[in-house]
Design a protein around this ligand. Structure first.
Ligand SMILES: [Zn+2]
Length: 264
């Protein structure tokens, strides 16, 4: 019984093909695949993972969306059309929190996906949506996933939240923590503290630009965290050619495109 987490990409929104955007593939023990985020690079990163298979989309049975930036949802129109028009392919299950569900359709996907020749379409014509709740585990195959809310864009009037995941094998204690896009904020540090005894690894959003954007945890902040925490951290969502050497500062390293991690 294992779970495999594969980074189809590990870069930022503005990355290159050497890194690809940070979209992940979660593989259950029976070989079924869930995408964690589906950005505008996904056609290429998924094809690279499947060694050029033109029907790579058919490998996806489920997906989870962390938030509505294009490097996390910009590939959904492609996946929706490819799945819908592939004979015999089931609608992928789409796990997402309630806050994102309407906005994903109304504000992001509807313009491109609403009309096909024979009918008017909605989100559930393309995907089988399943609403999940922060703090409450949900289950898919042999995997238990617990979403948690993080602060991504700290705008007092229009805050943008993002939804990370604690990933465990059903019935087991050991966990991966995937932060999704987030600033470093007290609730996130509390969550780390709560989970760390059971945490195999934290996959931590890490910006490496010369000037911090203010919407991601920056490397220069992360390096000030206590060493026991850094020792559990893999850094991803970094910018091309990061000028840092995370292993020398106690981190596990920068995740590389295509790198995978096993739990169980
Ligand atoms: Zn984002």
């Amino acid at each position: 019984m294992t779970i495999t987490l594969t980074f189809l990409g590990a870069g930022s929104a503005f990355t290159t093909a050497a890194y690809y955007q940070s979209n992940l593939l979660l593989t259950a023990d029976n070989g079924r695949h869930m995408l964690i985020d589906c950005g505008s690079d996904i056609r290429f990163s998924l094809a690279e993972w499947s060694l050029g298979h033109e029907e790579a989309h058919a490998a996806i049975q489920a997906l989870y969306v962390s938030h509505l930036h294009s490097d996390h949802i910009g590939g959904l129109e492609w996946l929706a059309f490819k799945s819908y028009f592939s004979p015999g392919m089931e609608r992928p299950t789409l796990f997402l929190v309630e806050e994102l569900a309407d906005r994903l359709w109304e504000n992001a996907l509807r313009g491109g996906l609403e009309s096909i020749e024979e009918k008017q379409m909605g989100l559930s014509d393309y995907f089988a949506p399943e609403i999940v709740t922060p703090g409450q585990p949900f289950y898919w195959e042999n995997i238990c996933l617990t979403p948690f809310r993080t602060v991504h864009v700290n705008n007092p009037q229009y805050p943008m939240y993002s939804y990370g995941l604690v990933i465990q094998e059903r019935g087991k204690e050991e966990a991966f923590i995937f932060t999704a896009d987030t600033i470093l904020h007290p609730e996130l540090l509390q969550l780390f503290e709560q989970w760390v005894p059971r945490t195999r690894a934290i996959f931590q959003d890490c910006e490496t630009t010369a000037v911090p954007s203010g919407v991601h945890a920056h490397y220069t902040e992360l390096r000030t965290l206590p060493l026991p925490l850094r020792r559990k951290m893999w850094l991803y969502h970094y910018n091309p050619h990061p000028p840092y050497h995370p292993e020398e500062e106690g981190f596990l390293g920068f995740v590389r495109k295509g790198q995978h991690f096993r739990l169980g």
